[in-house]
Ligand binder design. Structure first.
Ligand SMILES: [Zn+2]
Length: 194
């Protein structure tokens, strides 16, 4: 049986991360998180005490808001692959991570930014080889869409990375929140990210 994923929300209910059960126990011990629902709290605590694996996604929220660590929004290879949906931005071919490369739209050798959301896109090996150190126009390649940062769509990025928690988060947005959390309504961006 797969381990039940734990979706950690900020106090504002913005999704922050998917954490391990071990991490959940630490956060509970330090009284840094709360369950959204008293019934769920009782159920999870009993499961943790009996060291039995439950099914389904556990959702907890921090009692105090934290800001999202910068590194989680870094335009690294993994995040670029997620943003571009494992799809070559030149020819539209979808592939496995190991078949795909990250292309600098404006080559670094020609002054392009080495690590920015706007200058990096997913490219298949064929397109990347064809493009080499030239601009897309020079080899008749066209970008499927303008590459953008995902800085303001962190929830979106997290759900791409952890599709297993997506349904739980969607249900959370739909359901009436417990009174204790009602002052922290989900932000419009959260709904838009779905
Ligand atoms: Zn391609």
């Amino acid at each position: 049986m797969a381990l039940m994923p734990v979706l950690l929300l900020n106090a504002s209910l913005q999704p922050l991360n998917v954490i391990s059960r071990r991490r959940l126990v630490v956060l509970l011990t330090k009284e840094r998180v709360a369950f959204l629902d008293e019934e769920v709290r009782r159920q999870v605590e009993s499961e943790l005490n009996q060291r039995r694996l439950g099914e389904g996604v556990i959702v907890v929220r921090l009692l105090r808001n934290i800001s999202i660590p910068r590194r989680m929004l870094h335009p690294n290879r993994r995040n670029i692959l997620l943003r571009d949906d494992y799809t070559c931005q030149y020819c539209g071919q979808r592939g496995q991570a190991q078949e795909l490369t990250i292309d600098h739209v404006v080559p670094v050798s020609r002054g392009g930014a080495p690590a920015s959301w706007e200058n990096q896109v997913v490219a298949c090996r064929r397109c990347n080889g064809r493009k080499a150190d030239r601009l897309p126009d020079e080899v008749n390649l066209r970008l499927a869409r303008q590459p953008r940062p995902v800085t303001h769509e962190y929830a979106h990025l997290l759900l791409l990375r952890h599709p297993e928690v997506r349904t739980a988060y969607e249900e959370l947005l739909r359901s009436a929140l417990p009174a204790s959390a009602r002052h922290a309504t989900p932000q419009p961006w959260a709904a838009a990210a779905l």
